[in-house]
Write a protein that binds this ligand. Structure first.
Ligand code: GLP
Length: 261
């Protein structure tokens, strides 16, 4: 696992976007795993800007989102499909047929099986973007989710429902169930980038980077991934023990890159 400590949330997004841009330039037919939540919004904005500058195209890209609420349809303002349309898909040249967000309205068990099959037939995910919940969840894999789980229906933890209630109006019914890629599914991505910003994520970041690997902190499974990059700002890195080491590695990586350029 490589840990990058950026100055602030804007730099987290820029660094994450650089990795995605590099991926798309080296493989224009990439399969991307995408996340929702407030954290990746600035990264998507940078990708849109890069697309408008003509640096990247999404014409050959296929995307798979991590999760979707059950019980609200795609046009609902809080659906993750709508989120993705508004924050990314409507602004780039991706073929709408190639964008996948689980459908939370029909038969969720069957949808989960089909979603897995679609990821497989796309050849698997090249680059997966992740955020992290304050309780350490990735996608909607809440604490105690099996580390080998596949795409399935999950009941959201009360903390997660509370954290995400800011997006729903008071008189609106907030879903308690979601379809989420499983942890085993996420771990099959060839490369994973997890982004976190802000002091509220400091405990989750500490647990995922330096804690024991445990289903109580689902994101800690990334310790087992050979190509996991964790990009955090100084506030989210606030409880890490080995900050100086991560910064040293960062400097050394830049120095070595300079030497080989
Ligand atoms: C939701 C999503 C996660 C996301 C998390 C954190 O629960 N299912 O994929 O990582 O929120 O969101 P935020 O970036 O808004 O803190």
């Amino acid at each position: 696992m490589r840990v990058i400590i950026a100055e602030n949330a804007a730099d987290v997004a820029s660094y994450g976007a650089q990795q995605c841009i590099r991926q798309l330039q080296s493989k224009p037919e990439s399969v991307l795993g995408l996340a929702t939540g407030s954290t990746p919004i600035a990264l998507y904005l940078r990708l849109i800007e890069s697309y408008h500058r003509g640096e990247i195209s999404f014409a050959g890209v296929r995307t798979f989102n991590l999760d979707e609420y059950i019980g609200i349809d795609a046009s609902h303002p809080q659906s993750y499909r709508r989120f993705m349309q508004e924050h990314l898909f409507n602004h780039i040249d991706v073929d709408p047929e190639n964008t996948h967000v689980p459908l939370g309205m029909s038969d969720p068990e069957e949808e989960s099986r089909q979603y897995e099959a679609k990821i497989r037939s796309a050849g698997g995910i090249d680059l997966q973007i992740l955020g992290v919940g304050r309780n350490g969840h990735i996608g909607f894999n809440e604490p105690t989710s099996s580390l080998g789980s596949r795409t399935r229906v999950k009941t959201l933890a009360p903390d997660t429902i509370r954290d995400n209630s800011r997006f729903f109006s008071q008189d609106e019914e907030q879903p308690h169930l979601a379809i989420t890629m499983g942890i085993g599914t996420i771990m099959e991505a060839r490369q994973i980038i997890l982004l976190a910003a802000g002091e509220s994520k400091a405990d989750a970041v500490r647990a995922l980077v330096e804690g024991p690997m445990t289903a109580m902190q689902p994101a800690s499974v990334l310790q087992m991934h050979p190509e996991a990059l964790v990009i955090v700002d100084k506030a989210a890195a606030g409880k890490l023990e080995l900050v100086e080491y991560y910064q040293w590695v960062q400097q050394e990586t830049l120095r070595l890159q300079g030497a080989y350029c």
